[in-house]
Design a binder for this molecule. Sequence first.
Ligand SMILES: [Zn+2]
Length: 600
Amino acid sequence: MTKVGYSQVWDLDVFFAGGSESQELRAHLDASKEEINIVEEKVAKFHTPVSADDGKKVFELIEAIKGTAINLREAGAVIGCFLAANTKDKKALILQGEMGALSAKFANIQLRFKQTLAKTDAEVWQSLLETDELSQFTFILNEWREEVQMKLSEEEESLITALSVDGYQGWGQLYDQLVGDIEIQMTVNGEEKSLSVGQANNLSSNKNEEIRKEAFEKLTEAWKSKEDFFASALNHLAGFRLAVYDKRGWDSVLQEPLMRNRMSQETLDAMWSAISANKEPFVSYLSAKAKMIGKEKIDWYDLDAPVTASTKTMEYEEGAEFILEQFGKFGPELEAFSRKAFNESWIEAEDRPNKRPGGFCTGMPKSEQSRIFMTYSGSMSNVATLAHELGHAFHSYALRPVHYMNRQYAMGVAETASTFAEMIVADAAVKAAETNEEKVALLEDKVQRSVAFFMNIHARFLFETRFYEERKHGVVPAARLNELMEEAQREAYGGALNTVHPHFWASKLHFYITNTPFYNFPYTFGYLFSLSIYAKALAEGENFEQKYLSLLRDTAVMSVEDLAMKHLGEDITKVDFWEKGVALCVKDVEEFLKIASKEG
Ligand SMILES: [Zn+2]
């Protein structure tokens, strides 16, 4: 009588029994500390190779680093899971701090190894890459070497790192503090409430225009009242970055983010050109949306407004089966893998208090497993999120045969497998919709995603590029930042907006993330890149899965240009590649407009 379904609570005991109090985990961390010390000694004794015979020593060190990296990652992932599942887990918070210190120390040791290795003479280097042990690492070894060579001397770079703690990272932290302090006073449903920025932001998708507008205006007031502080933080952060680039002799601010994403400037330019040339359909969507909510032209605070409520819901079990069925139509491995994830409690989906918001997927490389975190309450967007995270887990699964050092893929391709999986399910949901209202809501979800990547992210990119140009000549005051942002939004949204959000530069955390400069274009890249893989999958049917797996296996060992050429036969430095992806999104807009006009 009792049907045992999939568990909605994940199993973390298989890694370390006993949660954040785990003795096993304690012992694992202590052992990892020892391992780090051993690697440190080995690196200290390591000398720059002088002949191909030194290849063995290099390989041994790579293996030692790999072993320790896997152990650290395993523990870090599990501790992250503890905290996400219970934000009040104090013990896990302490463990996280400990992990942070260990990881920083380990990163420094690895850097020293790379610096010593990079000094290898060009001829010896070539002979090293031809050895049996090292040929599999050709791509990452060349990347390490190039990076070290493009930077300053060891002493200078380590001085920069030391100074950056207070002179650079500090500005990012100050930003977080300033935002954390903001409280928004609002009356919601007759109740006077004090909201955090995150809570107030959530009101942007409220169906009541008054509430959306009030939340937006109150937030704007808050950004405005501290705009000089935000401008200071942004200017100093950018100033530090520019000063470092200048010393290194880097003249483009895009050099670092492009390098990290293993992408060329031509590819980036081609992508934005294709998007800029195809704004029109999305402008039509936004003006149709304005009409649907009773307006001439859309205001910024309406962008997330629902045009019709998606009423379709699915119980967890039903959602899981729906995903498995759709995955099965794509390929047997994706389906079998995902079924295993459901059966073996890899997923934390329960709707309960004290969980962190949002969703993520994290990998435990030692156990060769992944864990997925989200809060499932039955909406179709929850089903899409679940599919998205399963896509990430499948990416890790695809990479299992690959050496750990060859699995470190960049941000741009990181969202490939997830977006792909999400697309399979989102498309199927639209097809399975039983009413036009439901169909419009699901299609709008898809179109909104394109608007975010082609318009919102584009505005961020335009703003950031122009801001850096001006910053080279001096401090850019808040009033000018507002102007630059307004200009960027007007342009990126193709003139579709009535009111814009000039203080967006103050409100968006991404501009203040120090570890990843230009935290914007990789999102758009990942979206369009996975769309084109999806188009290929549709064209080739079930046979595509093996090709897809081999593409995923190569995501961390070549440039994105080579990846696309090898696995898709596409030249992504050309505008037409990107136009094909945009065209798929335009189809959704057309269908949306067709049904919406019938409905109206
Ligand atoms: Zn993702």
